[in-house]
Ligand binder design. Sequence first.
Ligand SMILES: C[S@@+](CC[C@H](N)C(=O)[O-])C[C@H]1O[C@@H](n2cnc3c(N)ncnc32)[C@H](O)[C@@H]1O
Length: 431
Amino acid sequence: MNVPLPSARAHERLVQNLATGIDTPAAVSWAHVTAVAHHCVRHALVPATEPPGSPDAVRRVITELASAHPGLAGFLDPQVVPFWTAPLTPAAWTVLRDFWAGGEVMDDGPHRVDGYRLGDAYQALSADARRSRALCQTPPWIAELLLELSLEPATDEIGPQAVRMIDPACGTGHILLEAFHSARVYRRRGRAYGAHLSSEASIERALQTVHGVDLDAYAVLLARYRLLATSASILKVRIDQLPRAWPVQVACANSLLDREEPLLERCRYHAVVSNPPYIVVADARQRDLIRKAYPRVAAGKFPLALPFCELMFSLAAPGGHVAQLTSNSFMKREFGRKFIEQYLPAFDMRWVIDTSGAYIPGHGTPTVILVHRIRPPQGDTVITVRGVQGEPSIPEDPARGKVWSAIADSVRRRLAEDRLKDALASHSDIA
Ligand SMILES: C[S@@+](CC[C@H](N)C(=O)[O-])C[C@H]1O[C@@H](n2cnc3c(N)ncnc32)[C@H](O)[C@@H]1O
């Protein structure tokens, strides 16, 4: 296992120390952008070879990064990356330099350069992203299962060249990165479907498959960087050597209210996969706007999970697959009544997986995985995985926690059985 990142408390202290001469957003920005500069120099993703050993050197690396691909131009925008307008004192720079000196944030593991830890570091640094927008990284082992329940069957049906997925609350892109890898090496029933494709073609195809939207402009920029960094590192080139026309389809918008953003076009996606925010919006005006836009689900003091569910259903094409890890509070509280009794029954519910007993880092709220197809209910079977007891103690490796392992094993066993049944049925059709 990799050396862990410094603790959440250490990240907070870093921001407090930097924020003595500059404001907190600029302090978060300096702290994170310096980590990005280290990451792209360490992995040779930009022409710069000079290590970011001073504030000016960090700015030079970020300037190169911003011109490496059109999708990264936002790194020059002080509205998104406010470190441009806030000079750092020499003393503050020393604190910052020492914080990243261990190199843990650049350490993506032996097989991948996907900026996974940069995402976690942003969550740890930005109290604003955590508190006002509910940024909470979705662990890759959860993302993987959500995709097995949605993107994989969608790809089996639509084909890898045409399939499209979106995460409308994509944060720094943990689900998008898993979807990218899954699309890149897609295999249909054991056969390497894209085996004839070159690495370039399979990466371009994966970039065409994956779409994301988030309210947080910096998280969006980071998700774009991660997709491009991963693509470049697989091809063993720098980001500026990737074709500039390759798409990075991640946009900043309010997914619930923005009807102009092209990526939020309704009925467009074969798979919609998300870990949406669960918070109740504090601002009463925003809450009213959302209530008006989603009258079928937003009742009382609704959490964002409910309008997000309706949004996800509306983004899916007819028959599309929707998988979400969401709060289970709607099952227990009055605001969930209308949602359960009037809204959900119109759709084909496939799976209800109780994850409330699993230990999911950062997710204090009890959760559930819901999987639907966007069509009227078919038959009268819904597959459920019901919790019996919670995790006895915090597992050392949450991906191998007892409860999560039992959930993931039972879901995968059932998926394998269903695939076998389908294969036997199509074999007997042919015979
Ligand atoms: C639980 S996090 C998702 C994290 C993401 N799956 C990841 O691993 O990085 C919820 C995300 O919803 C975003 N969000 C909150 N309200 C939003 C809105 N109205 N439109 C779009 N995104 C929103 C937050 O910025 C946050 O990134």
